[in-house]
Design a protein around this ligand. Sequence first.
Ligand code: DP6
Length: 332
Amino acid sequence: MSTNLQSAAVRAHANIALVKYWGKRDAALNLPAVGSLSITLEALATETQVRFDPNLAEDDISLNGERSEKAARRISKTLDLLRDQTQISTKALVVSRNNFPTAAGLASSASGFAALVSAAAQALDLSVSDARLSEWARRGSGSAARSIFGGFVDMAHGVAVDGSDSIARPLHEASHWPLEVVIAITSEASKKVGSTVGMDHTMATSPYYSAWVDGAEADLAAARSAITARDFDALAQVSEYSCLKMHASALAAHPGVLYWNAATTNGIHTVRELRQQGVPVFFTIDAGPQLKAVCEPSATAQVKAALAAMPGVQRVITTAMGPGVTRIEDFA
Ligand code: DP6
């Protein structure tokens, strides 16, 4: 078989959770303790090419033009899932790049692993369902299971011991309710405590962790109903609630994990003041200091201006909701 036939490239988009994933029910299979609900983001993309090459002795992995041993181990382990499926041992050349800051709380692992498993499956000509791709992406990073799909995405914690039902599914297409997101970048530095370490530490030491897990199903139900009804205020309430509870559980860990800086906190106040004035906007924050303001498109310009004017905000990125994984033919 020509090596050409064993090569494919795809684009996957980052996502942000409105109802958060934080904590695992199984570390080895990377099974989430709670379900989550996200929107996929158009402007934040990872492009990845995977080429299986019998001449390689090891996987050859480059991320944004650099080689990282830690990332490479996680990527090789994920590729092994697909190699096991096809009973091949051929190593792969992986070239991947993001168009946004890596590891700064902008979910680069989500788009990264979704792109990786999709490109690898296409390179190997595997006809697998999106559900299976979501399962493999989850093994790389929990939030990546959601980036297989576009629009509003619902991720189940699942109950199966083998994790086959810990997968995401599309809830609504973006056209159902095309929200927009303004991301205030308050630091371009790599985060000090990654999400995997942060959530493990929360599970192990936070007295609020069990309360966090107990509340998740109700939050998911409220978010699904709000989205189906396009009820902005209801979605704002439950999203901020889920976000603040996630961070509260991490803050109560021992020692506490605090992802915010001063600009993050000021951004919360700015967003809430805007909403009080009738502007349809709410905030969410992940395992990093960036503030994500989700709004109706009619409010995007005003939200962008307000966040960009805040001290400590280095730049803002505005994005619509985006699609699931797509193939690219002209990866260069
Ligand atoms: C705060 O998916 O990065 O962004 O499964 O350990 O790789 P691992 O964690 P990861 O965690 C994401 C946490 C979050 C919330 C979310 O995206 O749901």
